[in-house]
Structures are given as C-alpha cells and as structure tokens.
Design a protein around this ligand. Sequence first.
Ligand code: GAR
Length: 211
Amino acid sequence: RKRVAILISGRGSNMSALIDAAKDRAYPAEIVLVVSNRPDAGGLQRATENGIATAVVDHKTYGKNREGFEQALQSVLEQHHIDIVCLAGFMRLLTSWFVSRWTGRMLNIHPALLPAFKGLDTHRRAIEARAEHHGATVHFVVPEMDSGPTIAQGTVPVLPDDTEDDLAKRVLAIEHRIYPLALKLVAAGRVRVEGDHCVIDGDISAEDAAL
Ligand code: GAR
C-alpha cells in the first residue's frame, strides 16, 4: 500500500473521509501522517484518535522564509517515507521548488468545478454568478494555483434560494466521495497524465456508486 501524508490547515473533514476509506484493507493507500501548518487545526486531534502520526510545521515560525517552511515540510515527509501527498483544506500556496518534488504524486481538492472559480470564496462566487451547477475537483498539483490535470469531479446543482452555507454543505458531501475515489485510483496506479488531462484505467462507474 502507498504511504500517504495529508496536509491540512483546519477542521479536516476531507482528511477524515480519506482516513475512513483507507481503513479498508483492500484500499491501495494507507494514511500514515497528517501535517498541519496551524497548531490549532481541529483535524490534528481526529488524526491522533485514529492512531495516525501528526506533525505541525507552523508557517509563522518561518516568517517570510517560504523556503525554510517548505524544507521543513519536505523533511518531515521524507522521514515518514511518503509516496503520495494529499492537500485537504491546506491553505498555503506552495512554490515550484516544493511542487516539482511531488509531480504526479501530490493531489489537491478544490471546492469548485475547475477551471471555474479558482481561489477563495468559491461558493459565494458561484451563487453571485448564478451558476446552475457547482461542485468540487480533485487534481494533480502543479505550480500554478488550482490548476493541473483533473482526476475526479463531482457536480451538484445550485438551488434558487441557496445560501453560501447550503451550497458549501452540498459540495462538501460530494468532496467526501470524490477524494477517496481519486486517491484510490492514483495509489493503484490507474491514473496516467497525458498533457493537461488524466486517463483512467478501467471502468470506475461501479466504484463510484459504491462510495
Ligand atoms: C474544503 O471545502 C476544501 O475543498 C477547501 O477547504 C475546505 C476544507 O475543509 N479547500 C480549499 O479551499 C483549497 N483552496 P476540510 O478541512 O473539512 O476538509
């Protein structure tokens, strides 16, 4: 099984979805490490309760020294012999120095149907734009923010009276389904990057329905 680290900054509900999926012995990845850039991230406790090693690499310790922060991150990942990194609500931009070390081995989840609504406040912006559909995307990380080949996407409707919160909840439920699916496919070696998109080996409709 591939050794996976999850990077978080907050409550870690996507982290929990990945931890739960990986409890199945047949799942091709195990979550061996959770790293937070914030000492107070709620997800850290949940990780510990699940017997998973945790580390805090506090960006504030490094001030403007991004390189120092990323070197510390890299060394904790190396100490734990990590194969795959999953960003799950990790709210720091990573430089190409770090990203290039994890090409094809680092995933991110973004709460929008990329390439629509990169960046922050995606739910509010989707409502303001009167989008009919919204959703979430799991993609490989490249140096450019919220870009990179898409591995999985999940779509939800935007309903007429939706508040930002209503929509966020609906999207989050789909995030918790597509992230475990995407990691499973990557860990099993079933995702091939061809230029700017991914090709998935095999039929995933049955697996998706089972999630
Ligand atoms: C999720 O909705 C995730 O997609 C989003 O933050 C939330 C984290 O929730 N990520 C980003 O906005 C990345 N720029 P969680 O901590 O409960 O998984």
